[in-house]
Design a binder for this molecule. Structure first.
Ligand code: PLP
Length: 285
């Protein structure tokens, strides 16, 4: 596999980063994951805009222009022959040469940028979408700026492990009883023809897939309500689902051992998945 590191295309085993990199020492960095369908990028623009916002919020400079970033994404898809899969992008504050809590001078320390591809044949025709996911609920103990897509992923990773141990697929996090989001996705419930999801704030990541799915739902005359919902309300819902760049729309059929509806994917989530895949393929670049 060919990867991209600081302006160079390299075989993955030749790409290396300093032990002083602040991404490694302090999780001082941000990332994006963009999906690839039919060799084309889904929502590149949305990801590029959110990346810039994450960088701005952390006072970090981008080492690359948006145009060049698109070029790197396309080149990696080409050389690695990715038909379906993902592109992972990470920018960290770089390696100042010693460990220090104070941000290094951006004139002397440049950010580290890494991109690599992950080939996932069958991403769109994922059989998991026919079965639906089981989730457990866990307390959301992450920091208060979840709108910034940082590489600080230890708790979400622990959440996935807790889910796995409990025989589930993922965890939904709750704060004061209200669902914030999944470990790596946005969370939704469905009541009748109405889709309910938490509104945007610093409490959750502003999902790129979320924005697209809510737009498509409204275009398809579905009702969308952005508000907090409790885990108890979720267990009583007709349907539930999650969205993310790597899973698109994925039905949830069980929460904390409680089956939703018939315990199989319902009407709304599979339909939204279909619409999302169709529209995204059309708009892919
Ligand atoms: N929420 C969290 C915590 C995430 O990590 C992710 C994606 O990785 C999402 C939501 C979904 O965001 P997107 O649709 O942009 O992939």
């Amino acid at each position: 596999r060919t990867v991209y590191l600081n302006g160079e295309y390299l075989p993955e085993n030749e790409a290396s980063v300093s032990i002083f990199d602040r991404g490694f020492l302090m999780a001082d960095g941000v990332y994006e994951v963009t999906s690839v369908l039919g060799g084309k990028l889904i929502d590149f623009d949305g990801h590029a805009v959110r990346l810039q916002r994450s960088l701005d919020e952390l006072d970090m400079r981008s080492p690359i222009s948006k145009e060049d970033l698109l070029e790197v994404h396309r080149e990696l898809v080409r050389v690695n022959e990715i038909d379906e899969g993902m592109i992972y992008l990470q920018i960290t504050r770089g390696a100042p040469g010693d460990r220090d809590f104070v941000f290094p001078d951006p004139e002397t320390t440049t950010p580290t940028i890494v991109l690599f591809t992950q080939s996932k044949p069958g991403l769109a025709d994922n059989p998991a979408a026919l079965k639906g996911m089981k989730v457990i609920s866990i307390e959301d103990i992450r920091w208060g700026r979840r709108d910034i897509k940082t590489v600080q992923l230890l708790y979400p990773s622990m959440g996935k492990m807790m889910a796995k141990k409990a025989g589930a697929d993922d965890a939904w996090m709750t704060e004061d009883g209200f669902v914030t989001e999944g470990t790596s996705n946005n969370a939704y419930i469905v009541k009748g023809n109405r889709i309910i999801t938490r509104g945007l704030s610093n409490d959750i990541l502003h999902g790129i897939t979320r924005a697209a799915v809510l737009r498509f739902a409204q275009e398809a005359q579905m009702e969308v309500e952005e508000r907090n919902f409790t885990i108890e309300e979720a267990k009583d819902a007709d349907e539930a689902f999650v969205t993310s760049a790597s899973t698109f729309v994925m039905p949830v059929v069980e929460i904390d051992g409680v089956s939703l509806g018939e315990g199989v994917p319902g009407r709304v989530a599979p339909r939204l998945r279909e619409i999302y895949l169709e529209e995204s393929r059309k708009a892919a670049i």
